[in-house]
Design a protein. Sequence first.
Length: 240
Amino acid sequence: MKIYLIPCPIAENTASQVLAPEVSQAILTCQHFLVENVRTARRFISELKLGIIIEDLVFEVLDKDSSAAEVEKFIQTQVQGNHSIGIISEAGCPGIADPGALAVSIAHKLQIEVVSLVGPSSILLALMASGFSGQSFCFHGYLPIEKSARVKKIEYLQKEVEKSGQTQLFIETPYRNNALLTDLLEVCPKHQLICLACDIQAPLGFIQTKTVESWAKSIPDLHKKPCIFLLGQHQFTGNK
């Protein structure tokens, strides 16, 4: 048996453009899946039109609330039946800012082969298109919710950019995106470069890098839109 890390699109109706043929082949190999969202996973597999009877598949939820014991029990059961397992995230690549990492760590413990498949990652796509350093970068996940703690974190990240040139990436719950952008524009110096990667690969999505001063002149509405935030430096002249 094997565990396949199965990527899925991060924008609707883009599967044929962003997924390698090996993804479909892996799905056809599996009948048992660990998924972040059963409804999303079922719809994703159905839209690939692989001739699979969805009702024949077994889905087990693997989300932020899943315990290691629950996940290991599911995997052990499939080991006994020699059944390969597919892991599917809500969007993008399993294991990258995603609870799929728990299942992968258990697979290594049990000496099960893990197969990573090529697919879209919003974090990497944002970094690639930012113009910032891809040699040294750090993804921080969510910043603190409480405003004073969030401001301190932003100050720290901005200083890290100036000190080392390391690109800083982070995200926010979509309905709090605008509040985070407001804090960034208030806390960071005018010359600081911010990249906003919003609705990546969707028709109205964009990835743009501007200074704080420039963003402040035309602030985009990011409300309820999936977004990656990046602080960094241009590679050709530094940050000035």
